[in-house]
Design a protein around this ligand. Sequence first.
Ligand SMILES: C[S@@+](CC[C@H](N)C(=O)[O-])C[C@H]1O[C@@H](n2cnc3c(N)ncnc32)[C@H](O)[C@@H]1O
Length: 242
Amino acid sequence: MASQDTVLQTNAQSAREYILSQPSDALSNNPWAVYQALDLYSRTARLMNFKQAKLNVAKEALTAMETPPKVVIEFGTYIGCSAIAWAAILRDLHGPFAEGLHIYTFEVSETVADVARDLIRVAGVEDIVHVMVGPASESLAKLVEEGKIVKGGVDMAFFDHWEKFYLSDLKLCEDLGLFRVGSSVIADNTDIPGAPDYLEYLRAGGRGGEGSVKYVTKSVQSEHIVERRPNIVEVSTVVAAP
Ligand SMILES: C[S@@+](CC[C@H](N)C(=O)[O-])C[C@H]1O[C@@H](n2cnc3c(N)ncnc32)[C@H](O)[C@@H]1O
């Protein structure tokens, strides 16, 4: 029987074949069209991309931010579906020629990262979406070390890798001083498979104590309600940052 990793990689490669087989004038340099083609494809294929109904929740949160977001970090690239959507949203918010737009996205598998890079290229957003291969915590620390992300410089962090890493990676963001008041922290799959320690932490408002990062958080039900399927997007806002 094929391992989970092999299935994950094979499905990702099939998604790339599907996209590359489409007429290029329909998708080329059009991030929304690529996102939607992938989302449509995922309805019949087993893909673990961030689906449209949930993206709508995240998009609403990003659009409502007082300071429109420019820098996004994403834990879990997979085929680049959500990263392409973040690029489309940032471009919509700031215009096609805006400077300083960056999506740093972290993926542990070289094989699926290659798929993401190809799809990001089709979408024409490779100038603002940076795929980093390796454990997310290491990639993030490297970005800070290299000065590519500065203190208070993350407008939105998206958690969509393996749930067991959500809380430790959130705490790493705090330890590196990446958030500002108003930063958004969004997470998928907190209901199924579930990230109880992450939810408990955010619902308590954070680590607690003087000088700590504080949050308000809400579990938002996405519109596409299928019983016993993951429907929740956890949307948290930083309300205090030392
Ligand atoms: C649910 S998928 C991400 C879906 C993606 N956001 C999208 O919409 O296409 C989770 C991905 O996280 C990756 N991953 C899991 N743990 C990781 C870690 N600690 N560091 C980096 N990537 C990780 C997995 O290999 C997998 O490709």
